[in-house]
Design a protein. Structure first.
Length: 591
DNA sequence: ACGATTCGCGCG
DNA sequence: AAAGCGCGCGAATCGT
């Protein structure tokens, strides 16, 4: 059963019920926001799939009211997939002219104030000034898809899937993508446990006492002094790459840029303080006191996750740099008293995905029950684990030179099917064709400029430069499609993994628990205050925050979910998806 | 003065 | 030329 949810012109919420095929639809009911909350609460027991234009617009207000839903269908995210998928290329949906569902983001509406409401409810009114950090800037202007649009869109999507050659793949992808959207909203709401006191101590130990935003801390000031002395330039600003490069050249330091890796290659008294300056300057700028003040609220880090934010299907984040959380500061991620963090990451995920995609049983065997790179060494393909890793990455990213390039022929001999798949994907991209992931997400087509450059190279009057540029550009796009098919399929595995984890954690919850919103609350968010829940996701890694007594059960759930995800994508193909799982108090312990 | 672009570096 | 993919972010710098 589907329940279609949309906004009416007068600001109410329209709901109607559909059968699984979309064939029969109940009359639409118009509800106030308060009535809508009650409606969802009452109907969730029927386990419907809630259909709405954009999970990020609807779900936060439900979470704020202590309501979670088990299943969703995000029309916007699913539309993007179906619009571009090779599998649905002949559908009405894909052939129609671009419309509201193709705009970059579903436009904002009066409902967006719920973001501030959410913040007030969850964290207390005194924080409302910073409330906008959740889900703001989702776009302005334009028309919001209404009741009729949403219904027509759902029917169009169901039709596109039903009429394609392998509907099972896309059905799974759309369900996983939609589950991801629910998880993203829940993780943003719950937040990652963050100890500001530990973080602040770390900053002071590294940088010196706290200073105002824009002021250089004492440790950085001291290093700047040493750099100026070493380069004999009393007015040098080490934050200016241009100044720095000029000063380095004056001092006869042979570097083409100020990048750290390049500085490490040369010997000069300035190198040590300069590298230290860069490291600490990065810490201050990216995760310093200002970051802490902006992003840590009520002992939680609440990044905005953006499902489908990357063309390959990976998630992106907006604000806070959640997907770049440096190892340096992970010690501040600490479980609440009586709670644990269960940290799990998929070992060598992309090579395993490649082995399964290409049905390369030899490569899959190399990873059976053990580290896949070690398995490649055991099979005598290369000598060391480091070589196996660099060779595999080279195969998936399209390396042609260096150690990686030199090792590729050995990899190709041992794993011809896997390497043939990446090569075929690269050739498709070079021709301007698209490639498609395991579940049916297709790569974008290159833009007009790209095609024009290629066409130009075929002109009899084309210069050698034209041809070189066209060839180079074609290879660039080939490396993109080569990687797309692996990275995108790995993202699908990760979505399925997470969706299975969420489902199993849900079943752990005790149904009789009543959750109450208390505006003086400072601990975990209301919908998650007693039970294990996902708090972080990083491409191939998840963190579950759990009462200590459930940690063993959570570990089992995460491990079984990995096996289930592998089966969902690859059926009986014998490939293992191994995890490293750790139950810890602090994220820093899990590395 | 201010938005767009580039550099450099963090993560997978 | 960090040899090879995908991102976000802050500061400096460029362009208007």
């Amino acid at each position: 059963m589907y329940i279609l949810v949309s906004r009416t012109v007068d600001g109410n919420v329209a709901v109607s019920t559909l059968t699984d095929t979309g064939a029969a639809r109940s009359p639409s009911r118009s509800l106030s926001t308060a009535e809508f909350l009650g409606f969802v609460r009452d109907h969730e027991a029927l386990m419907p799939r809630w259909v709405w234009d954009d999970t990020a617009r609807w779900y936060p207000q439900l979470l704020a009211a202590g309501i979670r839903v088990q299943r969703g269908h995000d029309l916007r995210l699913c539309h993007v997939i179906l619009r571009n998928s090779e599998l649905t290329a002949t559908s009405q949906l894909a052939r129609a002219a671009p419309g509201v569902w193709d705009s970059a983001s579903v436009p904002d509406s009066p409902a967006a104030v719920s973001n501030d409401t959410l913040f007030d409810l969850a964290f207390g009114a005194e924080t409302s000034a910073s409330g906008g950090i959740i889900a703001q800037d989702r776009g302005v202007g334009g028309t919001q898809p209404g009741d009729v649009d949403a219904y027509a869109e759902l029917i169009s999507q169901l039709d596109a899937v039903a009429s394609c050659a392998e509907p099972g793949r896309l059905r799974l992808l759309l369900a996983a993508e939609s589950a991801g959207a629910l998880i993203a909203a829940e993780m943003q709401f719950a937040g990652l446990p963050w100890r500001s006191d530990i973080h602040a101590n770390l900053l002071t130990a590294e940088l010196g006492p706290r200073v105002a935003h824009g002021v250089r801390p004492v440790r950085l000031e001291e290093l700047a002094r040493q750099i100026r002395a070493a380069l004999d330039d009393a007015s040098l600003n080490p934050d200016s790459q241009q100044d720095l490069l000029r000063a380095l050249r004056r001092a006869d330091v042979a570097v083409a840029s100020t990048r750290a890796w390049e500085l490490k290659k040369v010997t000069h008294p300035v190198v040590e303080p300069l590298l230290e300056y860069k490291k600490l300057s990065r810490l201050l700028g990216a995760n310093g006191w200002h970051w802490m003040d902006t992003w840590i609220v009520g002992g939680r880090f609440h990044p905005e996750y953006v499902p489908g934010g990357v063309v390959t299907g990976r998630w992106a984040t907006r604000g806070g740099g959640a997907l770049q959380l440096p190892k340096q500061v992970r010690g501040a991620v600490v479980a609440d008293d009586g709670w644990k963090l269960v940290v799990a990451d998929a070992a060598q995920l992309e090579p395993r995905i490649l082995a399964a995609l290409s049905a390369d049983t030899a490569m899959a065997a190399a990873g059976r029950g053990k580290d896949l790179y070690e398995g490649i060494v055991t099979s005598k393909v290369v000598e060391t684990r480091a070589q196996a890793k660099v060779a595999m990455l080279g195969a998936m990213y399209g390396a042609t030179t260096g150690e990686s390039g030199r090792l590729l022929p050995r990899l190709a001999r041992a794993y011809p099917r896997a390497l043939a798949l990446t090569e075929t994907a690269a050739r498709s991209g070079e021709r301007g064709d698209i490639v498609t992931t395991r579940l049916g997400r297709s790569s974008p087509r290159p833009d007009e400029n790209w095609r024009a450059t290629q066409a130009q190279a075929y002109d009899p009057a084309a210069s050698a430069t034209d041809e070189r540029r066209a060839r180079s550009q074609a290879r660039d796009w080939g490396r993109f499609t080569r990687n797309f098919i692996v990275q995108g399929s790995a993202a699908e595995w990760a979505l399925c993994w997470m969706a299975e984890i969420r489902k199993a954690l849900w079943d752990l919850e005790r149904p009789d628990e009543k959750r109450v919103i208390d505006d003086t609350m400072t601990g975990p968010a209301p919908a998650f205050d007693h039970s294990p829940h996902l708090v972080f996701f990083l491409h191939d890694e998840v963190i579950v925050h759990t009462p200590a007594e459930f940690a063993g059960e959570v570990t089992r759930i995460i491990t079984e979910a990995a096996t289930t995800a592998g089966r969902l994508l690859f059926g009986d193909f014998p490939v293992d998806f191994l995890l490293t799982v750790a139950t810890v108090d602090s994220y820093a312990e899990a590395q």
